[in-house]
Design a protein around this ligand. Structure first.
Ligand code: ZN
Length: 137
C-alpha cells in the first residue's frame, strides 16, 4: 500500500477594505503544483475569526461585489451585540461562511469547475491575513 504524503505551505493576503473578496486560486494552485501530489485533497484554511474561505464564480468580478452587498445585509451591526471589539458582524459572517474549503486534487491540479475560483473573504479589514494550504495525497 502506498504511504500517504502531505505537503503544506502558507501565504499572506493583504486586504484593502473592511469587506472584500479576493481570488486566491492561483496561490493555492501553485502550492498544489509544488506538492507534486497527483491525486488527493487540498485543504485551504484561514486561521482567523473574522475572515473565511469560499468557492464561487471567478470570472465576473461583479459577483464578488454582489456577495459583499449581500454580506452587509446578512450581518448588520446590531444594538444588542455585547462583544467589546464591536466587530460582531464580522464574527457572524466568519461562522456562516466557514474557515476552510476542501478541493479534490486530480492529475496534479485543483479539480475546480470551469467558473469556480477560491475566495478569501475579508470581513474586518484592511489587514494582513494568512492562508494555510495542506495537500494530502
Ligand atoms: Zn472581535
Amino acid at each position: 500500500m502506498k504511504r500517504m504524503t502531505c505537503f503544506q505551505d502558507d501565504f499572506t493576503v493583504k486586504t484593502n477594505k473592511v469587506k472584500e473578496i479576493i481570488l486566491i486560486t492561483d496561490q493555492v494552485a501553485d502550492v498544489v503544483k509544488r506538492s507534486g501530489i497527483e491525486s488527493g485533497i487540498c485543504l485551504v484554511y484561514a486561521k482567523h475569526t473574522t475572515s473565511a474561505i469560499s468557492i464561487n464564480e471567478a470570472v465576473d468580478p461583479s459577483v464578488r461585489l454582489d456577495l459583499v452587498t449581500a454580506f452587509n445585509h446578512l450581518s448588520p451591526q446590531l444594538e444588542q451585540y455585547r462583544h467589546m471589539e464591536k466587530n460582531s458582524p464580522a464574527h457572524v459572517l466568519a461562522s456562516l461562511v466557514g474557515p476552510s474549503e476542501a478541493i479534490p486534487v486530480r492529475d496534479k491540479a485543483l479539480f475546480l469547475g470551469t467558473w469556480q475560483g477560491i475566495y478569501f473573504c475579508e470581513f474586518d479589514g484592511p489587514r494582513i491575513r494568512k492562508v494555510c494550504v495542506q495537500v494530502l495525497g
